[in-house]
Design a protein. Sequence first.
Length: 288
Amino acid sequence: MLLKRKIMAFIVGIGLALTATACGKTPGYALKEYHEVDGRQGVACSEEGFFVSGSTTLSYYDSNWTLQETNADPFADFEKEENHIGDIDYYNGNIYAGVEYFMDGVAKNIAIAIYDGKTMTLKSYFPFEESSGQTECSGITVDKDNNSVWMCSWEEKESGEYLYRYDLTSGEYLGKYHMQESPKLIQGIVYHEGYIYITSDDGDADKDEYDNIYRAKVDLSKDSFDVEKALTLDSVERAGEIEGLSFDNSGNLLVLNNRGAIIVKGMPKGFYEGYDKEIHEVYILSEA
């Protein structure tokens, strides 16, 4: 009887392992290192270094995380007023950014901007599709497997329940996909190996609660994506505001996190005790 139970347990164990593999088991991550940067919004990896977006800046860091150059006026060539860059992505020599005018939780003039990866100057941009229902853009990512650009929204209203897809080549709007269940206060987005990863500012910094990262399998045959938790960002110096994320060429996960500032309606409004400025850090985590 004991031998029979062991055989059954072994069979069940194999079944569970195969099921987890078939479902795309969420990998675990361990902290490798972290670096202070000059921007609070997004991070992207190139072949040689890293790009960081502030609300009104684009900066380039070399492979040792030494700041090399900053574009302090990335909105100079826009026709409409812009004051906010969200999470960014890098692809084929270009930086992709969602830009908008953002003030106290309300956004307008949303556009997809393409910057040159060498000079960080604007190459082109195209407006979003207003009929999509998107009312804010907190991040953007390139999905080369499906020749797509995806946008996400920070708003807790219906706008934040969807991911918005555009054609990478033409800029044509291709539709939106509902997230089941939708994380709240989405800050960053990245496509990686068939999944879209998104950061959620769902922890309460006042209570030292950590924020989380979620992911959804991309399946364009469906109009909704199931969302699962990928990890809790509990390796930060202090619970604060999670922002953009990216994967480097080695498969490490990079996450930008801010600490020290009190955030109200998406904007810094003073500081927590012990801080006189907001600190921005990129955390690098390896798959465990």
